[in-house]
Design a protein around this ligand. Structure first.
Ligand code: PLP
Length: 361
């Protein structure tokens, strides 16, 4: 039996989300139509909006549905940047970095967390700013100090956009002190194709897709009701699970015991409970991923979002890792990970290491 440990690429569909998608498929109306079918679709849409608002501490009218996490980030970054400098963490996801090509990058510490002194200095050094900081990094699971960063932003009159795509549902999190929060359905166990941008009251990003004025004019396009219903059901079902941290820690301690050369970038910082970056010096990540795949274990190298190719990780480079960055795989446990996952992964990893040592000898 195969074992998929690549939840940060996408979580398996939760049964609650599947049921919600199927029910929504039977509603034929367009939520913008005024007749009875349209109104039934509208009710489901607004229920989903209310669910997300309650789950993430916002008002329903401040939830904007998008086609996913990439679009939610792009809407915040492009829609709020007018008249502001954009300051972005160096380890942000391309969904943020590529939406703000002129952004000033803020360095991270060796453990992967944002350098708050650098943020303070950058905020002091210019006009109004939009700061983009992810709640959790997709490659290492490192959690950034959002509350501290938000206090600095407040003190300098800057807006704070938080990419919560990987953190939502895995750690306690709400809009809290941020001005906007990006979410993605499929990272919480919902279907692919729906996400949301959650806004603090009064924050009003300019639309990047104007279209027919849906979503209070903030995002044009007929709302994909089944995907949105699945997103809301997944958001309700996804709750922090201490079992994941136990399994992740079991994997790391077993590997540390059997391979003293192994390293775990970001492990000294607070992290998502489900994520481990594991470096095996001298063995390219792609080789490791393929060997594990042949053994039936699915993990990824660097950012799996970037279309199957293994690119140099800008995240590990920003943390000051040299050549070993290319020898790092990401193990990310899904919500339904089996209890024997740690044993099975460690056995396959040990066999992979033995093979590569034999080849090198
Ligand atoms: N932000 C982070 C931190 C991510 O990890 C990802 C996807 O991996 C995204 C944004 C993009 O989300 P989506 O796949 O829903 O477009």
């Amino acid at each position: 039996m195969t074992l998929s440990l690549d939840a940060n690429a996408t979580e398996p569909l939760r049964p609650e989300a599947r049921a919600a998608v199927l029910a929504a498929l039977d509603l034929p109306g367009n939520p913008s139509s005024v007749h009875a079918e349209g109104r039934a679709a509208r009710r489901l849409l607004e229920d989903a909006r209310a669910t997300l608002a309650a789950r993430f501490g916002a008002r329903a009218q401040d939830v904007v549905f998008t086609a996913g996490g990439t679009e939610a980030n792009a809407l915040a970054v492009r829609g709020l940047a007018a008249g502001r400098r954009v300051l972005a963490g160096a380890t942000e996801h391309p969904a943020v970095l590529r939406a703000a090509p002129g952004a000033t990058l803020l360095p991270v510490l060796a453990d992967g967390r944002i350098d708050l002194d650098a943020l303070r200095a950058a905020l002091a050094g210019g006009g109004p700013a939009l700061v983009c900081l992810m709640a959790a990094n997709n490659e290492t699971g490192v959690l950034h100090p959002i509350a501290e960063a938000a206090a600095l932003c407040r003190a300098h009159g800057a807006l704070l956009h938080v990419d919560a795509v990987q953190a939502a549902g895995r750690v306690a999190l709400d809009l809290g002190v941020a001005d906007s929060l990006a979410l993605s359905g499929h990272k919480m166990g919902g279907p692919k194709g729906a996400g949301a941008l959650i806004l603090r009251p009064g924050i009003d990003p300019a639309p990047i897709i104007a279209g027919g004025g849906q979503e209070r004019g903030r995002r044009g396009g007929t709302e994909p009701l089944p995907a949105i219903a699945g997103l809301a059901a997944a958001a309700e079902a996804a709750q922090p699970d201490p079992r994941l941290a136990r399994l992740r820690d079991a994997i790391e301690s077993a590997i540390a015991a059997l391979a003293p050369e192994a390293r775990f970038p970001g492990a000294t910082a607070p992290r998502l409970p489900n994520t481990s970056a594991i470096t095996l010096p001298g063995v390219p990540a792609e080789t490791q991923v393929i060997a594990l795949d042949l053994a039936g274990i699915r993990v990824s190298a660097g950012a799996a979002c970037s279309s199957g190719k293994v690119a140099q990780s800008h995240v590990l480079a920003a943390m000051g890792m040299g050549a070993d960055a290319g020898c790092t795989i990401r193990v990310s446990l899904p919500w339904n990970v089996p209890d024997d996952a740690a044993e099975r992964f460690v056995a396959a990893w040990a066999a992979m290491r033995a093979q590569t040592r034999q080849r090198a000898a």
